[in-house]
Design a protein around this ligand. Sequence first.
Ligand code: GLC
Ligand code: CA
Length: 568
Amino acid sequence: MPNAHSTDTVTGRDPSGADWWREAVVYQVYPRSFADGNGDGIGDLRGVLSHLDHLVELGVDAVWFSPFYPSALTDGGYDVDDYRDVDPAIGTLEEFDEVVRRLGEAGIKVVIDIVANHSSDRHAWFREALAAGRGSRARERYVFREGRGENGELPPSDWPAFFGGPAWTRVADGQWYLHLFTPHQPDWNWADAEVRADFLRTLRFWADRGVAGFRVDAAMCLTKDLSEPLPDWDDVLPGFPALVGGADGRGEGVLFGEGQNPIYDRDDVQEVYAEWRALFDSYEPPRFAVAEAWVAAHRRARYASPRSLGQVFNFDLLLASWDATAFGEVIRQNLGLAEASGSSSTWVLSNHDMPRHATRLAADPVNGTDPAGGTLDAPPPPGGTGLDRARAASMLILALPGSAYLYQGEELGLPEVSLPREVAQDPVTGKEDAAVPSRDGCRVPLPWNTQAPFFGFSEHAAHLPQPTWFGDLSVALQSGDPGSTLSLYRRALRIRRQLRTEGPVTWLDLGPRLVAFTRGARWTSVTNFGDTPAYLPPGDVLLSSRPLVDGMLPADSTAWLRNPASPA
Ligand code: GLC
Ligand code: CA
């Protein structure tokens, strides 16, 4: 059995029951890039079904599927045409049920993505709104307004879109509609009762199919200040950076104000989640949710509260540089925040929106150099520190209390791939005023074996090109290599399963270059952020991300130890 659970002796919680998510390892599948079951180049549910053994052997507790709904893919599936179906290119509802059932048999739960801020512009209700014209009931489900200026030729407010440009697009009859992301993603009007009811129906639809929980996309965006006249961002928050502001790399995260921002992190969004919570709690076990909320650390508790979604992503490590002080502060702060909110912390090093951490952590902030990823023809330069740091960081987060969210391919140590502009799919590619850089480089299809050109991802095609050297990082090759990143993850997850209920963190002060702590009586984790080897405390080494050197912990590595005093 992949998941042998025991009751947490510290909290009395049973991790296989309603609280399973508090200490879970959740593996994110980006379906179109995981595995292609029918050779059309697009990953699909058949592909997932043919690689269940990978997930079982890795030893994850849950799989979170990024959107698989019908979509024109103007934003990688986060533009949803129909919330209660599977894209025919990805599979069928029956196949989805089979995925849930077969993962369930292996003790693995399924979490799905709920994209509630916006639909796609092909959603039946948006088409209806366009056709029905101004003043119609259909337009009330979205946010349509007259423009400013003499002839309504200016956007109704100064609100910016995340992906560049204004958050408003004009339609043929002269009205404008709101979209915080691309123009193909019109925002729902969350003040509308029918919209709210329809999402409850969607949540129930999937919960009834056996889904254990939901990752709530753009959770801080849903409600807006729609009072007339619409408030300008600049009036409410004068001089405030329009988008990603205030990320200081030390855990304060993204600042959007204190609930008065017209479009982000408004206090009234919690009324939506209170309704969702009632629905989640009507199930046995209660359905779980985690909020994707890019908000300041001190505002995260609102989303993590047991009366709200229950858990929230902590993205601070996506913004932190490789530095013992930075990592230490992020960890301390987030353990405290999670406890104060009655939730558990979350740890994220990579996802489908950020450069992969095997590349990102190699950045040299002192010299201001950009980390070198791979290109289609050349792997990252040899001797780089990125992969060492990535392995060390992954072991570090896996030793911490809380949920670890892993992104497909990080268990292979995949680097970011810089792709030529011609193959770009991500709508932010080349947009200077977007809040994020192009995200295609972390969405390249996975290498399963060494056979070029598609490396077992597909027989015939891949929707994004894979580098010529991808076979060297394939699952097949790494499976047989005890020193590989895949073997490290498998062993780390196995040890974590045995020890994760050990208890809270006690910090060890081993000097300024090290982050070290024990969990309960038995488990010690030490990470060396310095550039020379460091002494380890006494104990049996269970696992290390790099081989020890004369019993010392090398630079850019993590070791786990079993404390000497503990019973065998
Ligand atoms: C979230 C998703 C991202 C998507 C955006 C709009 O940030 O993670 O991939 O583009 O929401 O739905
Ligand atoms: Ca396919």
